[in-house]
Design a protein around this ligand. Sequence first.
Ligand code: CO8
Length: 263
Amino acid sequence: MNNIIPKTEWVKTRSENGVGWIQLSHENKLNPLSASFILAIKDAAEKFDNDRSIGCIVLIGSEKAFAAGADLKEMIKLNYASVTESRYIENGWLDIPKIKTPIIAGVKGYALGGGCELAMMCDFIIAKDDAKFGQPEINIGAIPGAGGTQRLTRSIGKSKAMLAVLTGDMMSADEAENCGLVAKVFKGEDFDISLKEIAVKIANQSKPLAKLAKQAVNVAFETTLEEGVRSERSLFYSTFALDDHVEGMGAFSEKRKPIWKNK
Ligand code: CO8
C-alpha cells in the first residue's frame, strides 16, 4: 500500500491556542475509513506533532459520526492476498499511537469498528451524549483488526470486551463512560465547549512534561507493574533536568502561576 495517495481533502486542520484540530470530513458524514483516508489523518497528526507551538491534538468527526469503521465499499474488493501484500491495517494505523503530543478523540455519533479503534489509539476519549461505540465486525464477516480486541479489553476488561466483540452490539456514551472507555461525556452544546477547554488546558501545560506524562502512562499498557514503575521513576528523575521543573517548583513557592519555557 506504499503507492496509496493520502486523501488530504477529507481532513480539515486548524490550530488555535496551542491546540491542533483534525476534523475527519469525508463527503459521507459517516467517515468510512479507507487506506488513503487513514494516511491523510496520520500525516495531519504528524504535522501537528512536529509543530512546537502545538501542545494538544484533537481528532473529531462529523455531527453524525467520528467514523463508522472501515470503508466497506473498499474492503469488499479485498482478499487475503491483497490485505497481506498491501499491509492493509499497517501503513498509517501503526503510526498514530507513536504521536508524542497528547491526542484526544472527540466523539459525536458513531465510533464503530475501525472508528472505535482509531478513537482508542488516542490518549483518551471525550464523548457527546449521542455517541455510540462498537466493534460490529463480526456482523460483516470479520473480527476487529486495528487493535480493537486488545485496546478494548485493556480499557474495559475481558467480560465487557467479549460481550461487545462477540455480539457486535453498540454501547451508549453513558455505558462507555461507566466502564472507562470514555473519560467524560458532555451533553449537547456543552460537548464542544468542554472539549475545547480540556484541550486548551493540556496545550498550556509544559509541553515536555505533558509528553513525559503521556509516555509514562502508556508504559502501563506494555509491561509489568515492576517494569512500569521503574520506567516511571526514570522519567520522573528526568523531569529534574528540565527548566520547566525549576520553573514549576519556583512558581509554587512564590505562589504564582508557572510560566513554562517548554524546555
Ligand atoms: N463503509 C462504507 N460505507 C458506509 C459504511 C462503511 N463502514 N457505513 C455506512 N456506509 C454508507 C451506507 O452504505 C450508505 O450509503 P448509501 O447512501 O450509498 O446507501 C450511507 O453510508 C449511509 O448509511 P446508512 O444508510 O446505513 O446510515 P444509518 O444512519 O441508517 O446507519 C450505521 C448508520 C449504523 C453506522 C450503519 O451505516 C452501519 O452499520 N454501517 C456499518 C458499520 C460497520 O459495520 N463498521 C465496521 C466496519 S469493519 C471495520 O471497521 C474493520 C476495521 C479494520 C481497520 C480499517 C482498515 C481501513
